[in-house]
Design a protein around this ligand. Structure first.
Ligand SMILES: *Cc1c(COP(=O)(O)O)cnc(C)c1O
Length: 387
C-alpha cells in the first residue's frame, strides 16, 4: 500500500539516482575507489619483502599527509581511533580527566578518550557547520568550570575535542577563542576531514594535535589506518616513539625506555595510502561535483535540503546529508530506500544515548543534536558516483 512515507522515499530515491547517475545499481553509503597505483605499490611491497613496519611507503605516505593538510608532522598509525587515543596522550590528557566533545559524533571520538582512562563530556552541536556549539560551550564552561575543574564532579577538564562532521570544518575561530579564554588545549578529531579547510586554514592545524582516519569508508583508505598530525616537533617525536614500542634507535639492541604501543601503520597499508593520496585532488574535485549534483537534483525538493557548508568552509563532502524539514518515520524511509538499493544511513546514535556513555556528564541542552538526529539522511557519497 502506498502511503506518504512511501512517496517521500520514492522521491528521495529518484533524486538520488539522478544525482549519482546510477539507474539501478545497489549503492552503498561510502565505498572505496581505486583508480591509480594501488596494485603496483602493493606488488612492490611483496616483491621487495617489506610488508610490515620497515619500508619506504610509510615515510612517503606521511609526507603526502603533511602536504595535503599543510602541517609539519604526521605519524601514520593503524587506525583513526588509535590516532585519537595517541593524540589525547600527547596533549597531556590524564586518567579521570574530562574531555568536552560533541554528542553528535561517531563513537570512536568517545572511545579514544575512554581508552586513555579519561571521561567524555558531551556538548550540543550547532546547525551551520554541524560541529560543537561554541556559544553553548562557553556558557556551559562559565557555569561549571572553576580552577581547571568541573565543579559539579570535581574532576579536571583537560581538553576540548571538536569533530569536523562529514568533512565540514567546525566553527574553529569561535571554538579556539573559547579554548583560549579557558586555557584548554584543543584535540581535533579530523578523521573525516582530509583536505578540508576553513578559509585557508586546514583542519588539523587549529589544535595542539589532531587525528585522521583512513578506514575503508573514508575518502582516502589504507584498508585500516590513521594518522596523528601536529605542528609541534616535541609531540611528533613523542608520538612516533610511543607508537613504535618506545624502542631507542640501535643497530641490534632492544632497549625500550617506556611502555610503548605497537600502533605504527604497516608498509603494505601505507603503499595503498600513497597510491590513494596521488589522486586526492581529483577525489576532492569529484566530491565537489557530486555535491553540486545532489544540490541541483534536490533544489525543488519540498521536504528537506542538502546540507550546505557555510561560505568560509571548504568541505571535502565526505558524507552528503539530506536534512528533512520535519520529523518523519526515518526507520521506514531507511527500510524503503534499502529495498530500492540505496544504502542511505541515519546520523550516528548520539553518544550520550549510547549504552557505555549514558551516565557520562553532559550539558543539559543537547537540543540541536537531538533534533538533527531525527531529521538527517546521509546519502550515497562515494567518490566514483555522479559521473
Ligand atoms: C572514522 C572516524 C573515527 C575513527 O576512525 P577509525 O579509523 O575507524 O578508527 C573517529 N572519529 C570520527 C569522527 C570518525 O568518523
Amino acid at each position: 500500500m502506498l502511503n506518504d512515507t512511501n512517496i517521500l522515499s520514492m522521491d528521495i530515491a529518484n533524486r538520488t539516482r539522478l544525482a549519482i547517475k546510477r539507474i539501478d545499481d545497489v549503492v552503498g553509503l561510502h565505498e572505496p575507489f581505486f583508480m591509480g597505483n594501488e596494485k603496483t605499490y602493493l606488488n612492490q611491497c611483496i616483491d621487495e619483502g617489506f610488508v610490515s613496519y620497515l619500508g619506504r611507503f610509510v615515510g612517503e605516505f606521511e609526507k603526502k599527509i603533511c602536504h595535503a593538510m599543510q602541517c609539519k608532522y604526521a605519524v601514520a598509525v593503524s587506525n583513526g581511533t588509535v590516532a585519537l587515543q595517541m593524540a589525547c596522550l600527547a596533549a597531556g590528557v590524564k586518567p579521570n580527566d574530562e574531555i568536552l566533545m560533541p554528542t553528535m559524533s561517531f563513537i570512536a571520538s568517545a572511545n579514544a578518550v575512554s581508552h586513555v582512562g579519561a571521561i567524555p563530556h558531551f556538548i550540543d552541536s550547532e546547525p551551520d557547520n554541524l560541529g560543537i556549539d561554541p556559544q553553548k560551550l562557553r556558557q556551559y564552561l562559565k557555569k561549571i568550570y572553576v580552577h581547571g575543574k568541573n565543579k559539579q564532579t570535581g574532576r579536571n577538564i583537560s581538553a576540548i575535542m571538536p569533530v569536523h562532521i562529514w568533512g565540514c570544518p567546525s566553527k574553529m575561530t569561535e571554538i579556539c577563542a573559547v579554548a583560549e579564554e579557558f586555557n584548554l588545549p584543543i584535540i581535533e578529531d579530523s578523521a573525516e576531514a582530509i583536505g578540508a579547510r576553513l578559509d585557508r586554514e586546514y583542519c588539523g592545524s587549529f589544535g595542539k594535535v589532531s587525528a585522521l582516519s583512513f578506514n575503508g569508508n573514508k575518502i582516502i583508505t589504507t584498508g585500516g589506518g590513521g594518522a596523528v598530525i601536529t605542528n609541534d616537533e616535541k609531540i611528533y617525536n613523542w608520538v612516533r616513539h610511543i607508537t613504535t614500542t618506545a624502542k631507542l634507535p640501535h643497530k641490534w639492541h632492544f632497549i625500550h625506555d617506556k611502555i610503548g604501543y605497537n600502533h605504527r601503520m604497516p608498509n603494505i597499508n601505507a603503499a595503498m595510502g600513497v597510491a590513494q593520496m596521488e589522486n586526492l585532488s581529483l577525489y576532492l574535485i569529484r566530491k565537489q561535483n557530486l555535491f553540486a549534483s545532489y544540490k541541483l537534483k534536490f533544489a525543488e525538493f519540498q521536504y528537506g535540503r542538502i546540507f550546505e557548508p557555510p561560505a568560509d568552509c571548504y568541505s571535502n563532502h565526505w558524507l552528503i546529508g539530506l536534512i528533512l524539514h520535519n520529523y518523519y518515520p526515518l526507520d521506514d524511509i531507511f527500510h524503503q530506500l534499502d529495498e530500492m538499493g540505496i544504502k542511505a544511513r541515519p546520523l550516528w546514535g548520539l553518544l550520550h544515548q549510547q549504552e557505555p556513555y549514558k551516565n557520562h556528564p553532559r550539558c543539559d541542552d543537547l537540543s540541536c543534536a537531538i533534533d538533527l538526529s531525527k531529521r538527517v539522511i546521509n546519502l550515497p557519497s562515494s567518490v566514483f558516483l555522479g559521473t
